[in-house]
Design a protein around this ligand. Structure first.
Ligand code: ZN
Length: 240
């Protein structure tokens, strides 16, 4: 089975559609949270995920937008975008977000937003954080988002190594346990403004990261119309 894995879409419909096009054909879509927040089209993104039958989890921005998490720990721009989102999403969108779990098991993968130990908040930023999370999930492999950085953390003896996406092609998963991040669809933070996603092949046990351009200016225009913070609008052009 071919699975399109997407994370941190952040209400950026143009980026989501570009990533889905680039990953097609696929049999399923798995999403790792932060569906809304920052971007201008939360209802449209949720409608797209429902239409394609995406499986997945809730992130910290989603939780805050439905009032399930305080906005205190967010920075001012993030909080302003969450408040705009909370004020503008339909009851249907809110109900769908409310129905999402924070941990989902799909085949041999555990899906969470942050980490298996703290699904909504912990950032999987290093091999040592990954290592201390290995005892917190039971499947061979785990998929995370939240940092907006594409990477795989894989057991290497007593350590955990960080593997960056490679131009050389897919990463083959094996008996070593691994925690893998597809990168961010809607707000990349590695200096490359192109939207990111990952194709997972559950027969070959391979993951392949993809980057794809999308009309950033169109999304920036929508954000401006909606009065979203200037810094959030600007950063999309830089991928930061
Ligand atoms: Zn995010």
């Amino acid at each position: 089975m071919r699975v399109a894995v997407v994370s941190d879409i952040h209400a950026n419909l143009a980026a989501l559609d570009a990533v889905l096009d680039a990953l097609a054909p696929y049999d399923e879509v798995w999403q790792l949270g932060d569906i809304v927040g920052y971007g201008p089209q939360p209802d449209e993104v949720v409608a797209r995920l429902r239409e394609i039958g995406a499986t997945g989890v809730r992130g910290n921005h989603d939780a805050a937008a439905i009032g399930a998490l305080s906005t205190e720990a967010f920075n001012d721009d993030a909080r302003a975008a969450i408040e705009w989102t909370a004020d503008h999403i339909t009851d249907e969108t809110r109900a769908w977000l409310t129905g999402l779990e924070t941990v989902v098991t799909a085949g041999e993968f555990t899906l969470v937003h942050g980490s298996p130990r703290d699904p909504v908040w912990e950032y999987m930023v290093s091999g040592s954080v990954a290592r201390s999370n290995l005892s917190h999930f039971e499947t061979p492999w785990c998929l995370v988002g939240h940092t907006h950085i594409a990477v795989a953390f894989r057991q290497a003896g007593s350590r955990v190594e960080a593997i960056s996406p490679s131009e050389r092609g897919p990463l083959k998963l094996d008996e070593r346990r691994a925690i893998i991040n597809p990168g961010s669809v809607g707000q990349p933070r590695d200096g490359d403004p192109r939207a990111g996603g990952m194709l997972l092949d559950t027969e070959l046990n391979t993951v392949e990261w993809h980057r794809v351009g999308y009309p950033v200016e169109v999304v920036q225009g929508l954000m401006e119309e909606r009065g979203l913070p200037a810094r959030l609008i600007e950063r999309l052009a830089f991928g930061w």
